[in-house]
Design a protein around this ligand. Structure first.
Ligand code: SF4
Length: 449
C-alpha cells in the first residue's frame, strides 16, 4: 500500500535542514510519496524508518538489470499505466531472434545483419540491443550451444529461450559473464531452472500456459527466494498476448500485486507466424503496452526507423522538452574554415534544419546553444535566445575552435543581427530565410557568390 506524504512526514527527522534538496521535511515527504525522489536522499533518516519506508515506497514493479558494459539495460521499475500520468522509465529493448532450427547460412546472414542498423537520433544511439537464441530440441543440444557461442560473439545481450535444464546449463557456461536472460522457467521445471539461473547469476524468464499458471509459478519462484525475474507474457494468440501484457501491468501497478511486479518479454515471432509486417505492427503495439523486451524476426532500417522513433517518443518525459546537446556539429565535411549557422537545441528544429543543411551539400558548422529545448521564436520570447546568449556561446565555445567569422542566424530572429554584431565585432552576421526549406538554395547561392 502506497504511503501518503503525511505518513512519510511522520517518520522524517523534522530538521528542515534542506540537505535533501527540498526546503522542508514536509516538501521532501510529498516528493517521496509521488515517487519523485528516493527516501535515501535524506541523510538523517533512522535505520528503522529507512527500512520500513524503502519497502513501502519502492516502485510496484521491480527494476531488473541485464547485460554488461555498453549492453547493460535496465528493465521495469515502472510506476504508471499511462505516460501522461508521469513517465515510462525503462525503454523497451528489441531482440533479434535466432533459432537452432535454422541452417548455418540463415544464421550467418542474420548475425551479419545485426550491426547494420546503428545510428544516432537526438543524442541516443539506435541499434539492435539483444539477441534471442531459441532452442529447438530436434536440432540437438550441441547445435544450440554452438549457436549461443556465435550469438555471444556479437557482443549483444542475450536472451536464451530454452526450457531444457541441462541444455540451459551448458549454454550459460558459454555466455553467463554477459549477464543474459534465461527465458526458460515454467510450471514443470521452475525449481531446477531457478537453481541454474541463480548459480549463473542471471535473470530468469518465466512463462505459463495462462495468467493463473504464470502467477502461481512466479509465486513459487519467490518462495525459492528468486526475485530476479522477467515475465514472458506471449500468449497463444495476439489477443491473448495483448490481454496478458495489460493485465500483468494493471495487477502490478493498480492492484499493487507485486507477484506480477516484474518486467515482461513479448515474442512477436511466435505471434506473427512469418508475417513481417504484422511483426512490425505488433512490436509497435507492445512498445506502447508494455513489453520490456520485444523479440523480432529481423530489425533492419525499414523496421528500426519507425520503431525507434516511436520508442523515443513514448519513453520521453512529457514534462521535459526534447533537446539535443549544445555544441558544434560539422556537416558535409565542414572544418574550422567553414561558415557557421546557429540555431536552438529543440530536437525538432535541429532535425529539420540539419536535414536541409545536409541536403545543400555545403560544408557548414551548425552551432547549437542551450535554449532550454524551445523552438526559435519561443526561445526568443522567453529570453533564452538572445544576442547575449549567442555571443556568450560563440565566445566560450566556438572562437577557439573555428577560424571562420561568418555566422548565419535564423530568419525569424533577424532582429538580433545588429546586437550580435555589436557584441561580436569580428563576425559577419547573415540572416537566413524564414523557412528551413529555403536553406538549400540560400546556401548554394552564397557559395557561388
Ligand atoms: Fe528534512 Fe532530511 Fe530533508 Fe533535512 S534532509 S530537510 S531532515 S528530509
Amino acid at each position: 500500500m502506497a504511503l501518503s506524504g503525511i505518513q512519510i512526514f511522520k517518520m522524517t527527522p523534522k530538521k528542515n535542514c534542506k540537505e535533501c534538496g527540498s526546503p522542508t521535511c514536509m516538501a521532501f515527504s510529498m516528493k517521496v510519496a509521488q515517487g519523485a525522489v528516493d527516501i535515501s536522499a535524506c541523510p538523517y533518516m533512522s535505520e528503522e524508518a529507512l527500512a520500513s519506508l524503502s519497502a513501502a515506497t519502492a516502485p510496484p514493479m521491480k527494476t531488473i538489470k541485464v547485460g554488461t558494459g555498453e549492453g547493460e539495460y535496465t528493465l521495469g521499475g515502472e510506476t504508471v499505466l499511462y505516460r501522461h500520468e508521469k513517465t515510462f522509465v525503462s525503454k523497451t529493448r528489441y531482440a533479434v531472434a535466432l533459432c537452432s532450427c535454422m541452417d548455418d547460412a540463415e544464421i550467418d546472414a542474420k548475425i551479419a545483419a545485426i550491426p547494420v542498423v546503428d545510428y544516432e537520433r537526438i543524442s541516443e544511439r539506435m541499434q539492435v540491443e539483444m539477441v534471442y537464441v531459441n532452442y529447438d530440441a530436434a536440432s540437438g543440444a550441441d547445435k544450440y550451444v554452438d549457436l549461443v557461442k556465435k550469438a555471444a560473439a556479437t557482443g549483444k545481450t542475450l536472451v536464451l529461450g530454452c526450457d531444457d535444464v541441462e541444455v540451459a546449463k551448458a549454454a550459460l557456461a558459454e555466455c553467463k559473464d554477459g549477464k543474459p536472460v534465461l527465458n526458460g522457467a515454467n510450471a514443470s521445471n521452475y525449481e531446477a531452472m531457478s537453481a541454474v539461473a541463480k548459480e549463473a547469476g542471471v535473470v530468469l524468464g518465466v512463462s505459463g500456459a495462462d495468467l493463473n499458471e504464470l502467477y502461481d509459478t512466479v509465486a513459487a519462484l519467490e518462495k525459492l527466494d528468486n526475485k530476479d525475474l522477467v515475465l514472458d507474457v506471449t500468449g497463444a494468440s495476439i489477443k491473448e498476448a495483448f490481454a496478458n501484457a495489460v493485465q500483468v501491468r494493471r495487477a502490478a501497478l493498480k492492484d499493487e500485486d507485486r507477484t506480477f511486479g516484474y518486467p515482461s518479454i513479448v515474442n512477436t515471432v511466435k505471434l506473427a507466424k512469418g508475417d513481417k509486417y504484422m511483426q512490425e505492427a505488433l512490436s509497435s503495439v507492445f512498445t506502447l503496452k508494455y513489453g520490456s523486451i520485444i523479440v523480432m524476426e529481423e530489425l533492419g532500417y525499414a523496421e528500426a526507423l519507425p520503431l525507434f522513433g516511436l520508442r523515443q517518443n513514448v519513453f520521453t518525459d512529457p514534462q521535459k522538452p526534447m533537446k539535443v546537446e549544445p555544441g558544434i556539429y560539422p556537416l558535409n565535411g565542414a572544418d574550422e574554415n567553414s561558415i557557421c549557422l546557429t540555431t536552438v537545441d529543440f530536437a525538432l528544429t535541429y532535425f529539420i534544419v540539419s536535414g536541409e543543411l545536409e541536403r545543400s551539400g555545403v560544408p557548414i558548422n551548425m552551432l547549437i546553444s542551450d535554449a532550454g529545448g524551445l523552438s526559435v521564436l519561443t526561445a526568443w520570447a522567453a529570453g533564452k535566445l538572445s544576442s547575449a546568449s549567442v555571443a556568450k556561446f560563440i565566445t566560450e565555445n566556438v572562437e577557439d575552435k573555428i577560424k571562420s567569422r561568418k555566422l548565419i542566424i535564423p530568419g525569424k530572429v533577424a532582429v538580433l543581427k545588429g546586437d550580435i554584431e555589436s557584441k561580436l565585432p569580428d563576425w559577419e552576421v547573415i540572416v537566413a530565410p524564414n523557412e528551413a526549406v529555403q536553406l538549400v538554395k540560400f546556401l548554394k547561392d552564397m557559395q557561388e557568390n
